[in-house]
Design a protein. Structure first.
Length: 232
């Protein structure tokens, strides 16, 4: 049982989401500054994000569970791992922390604090990519907690590193991060008008993962046949 009170868990979720977004946005800006090769820029963005996830989940997981993601918090609320009364606080912390992360990245690179993204990310392929990306993320988390709890930080970091490259959307897989990335007109941005499609797809992917993994990870009780004994 978690021994940390809600204010500390709230702070951990805000801090973790903020540092995650600062990494995503900041490494994207740095990559664009250093190279005009899009593939190389994406690689730099990918490695920084995956590495930061491992760090953040390791150090903040014991405090809040290290969700940093409204879709993950919703899943944990539905499977009764997160009290319903705490869900709104977690979501608020994640969104607020994500926006703060974007502001921090802009300040570090001397950019305007808030921008409106103009990068087009829409269409069935992008939405389906987000369904797949979030489905995989939630599946990895649930299975990792079930079988290899100590490795969850590495499993999530490695999964996101891979998902950056096998999904057309570069695997946002996180509504709070998507909102924060709509406020940067840089490498990692997404137009605000494209947010609803991404968020709906992410939540759908998370719910599908919850349903499938709930069945897959539930061991079936095997009842051995016991022949009836004749009465004496």
């Amino acid at each position: 049982m978690n021994t940390f009170d809600l204010p500390r868990r709230f702070a951990a979720e805000a801090l973790g989401t903020g540092l995650l977004v600062a990494t995503v946005v900041g490494s994207g800006i740095m990559a664009e500054t250093l190279t005009h090769d899009i593939a190389l820029a994406l690689l730099g963005n990918t490695l920084a994000t995956g590495a930061m996830l491992v760090v953040l989940i390791t150090i903040l997981g014991p405090i809040s569970g290290a969700h940093f993601n409204p879709a993950v918090s919703l899943v944990f609320c539905l499977n009764r791992s997160l009290p319903t009364r705490d869900l709104v606080a977690y979501l608020a912390a994640q969104v607020a922390g994500g926006i703060a992360g974007t502001l921090a990245a802009h300040l570090m690179f001397a950019l305007p604090m808030l921008e409106v993204a103009t990068k087009l990310r829409a269409g069935p392929a992008q939405w389906f990519s987000e369904v797949v990306a979030t489905f995989g993320l939630v599946a990895v988390i649930l299975a990792g907690l079930r079988f290899e709890r100590r490795a969850v930080s590495w499993l999530v970091g490695l999964y996101i590193t891979a998902a950056y490259w096998f999904t057309a959307s570069t695997s946002f897989a996180n509504p709070a991060v998507a909102v924060a990335r709509s406020l940067t007109n840089t490498f990692s941005g997404i137009r605000p008008v494209d947010l609803p499609g991404f968020i709906i797809a992410e939540l759908l992917g998370a719910l599908i993962a919850l349903a499938l993994m709930g069945w897959l990870l539930r061991p079936k009780t095997v009842q051995q046949y016991q022949p009836l004994k004749a009465e004496p």
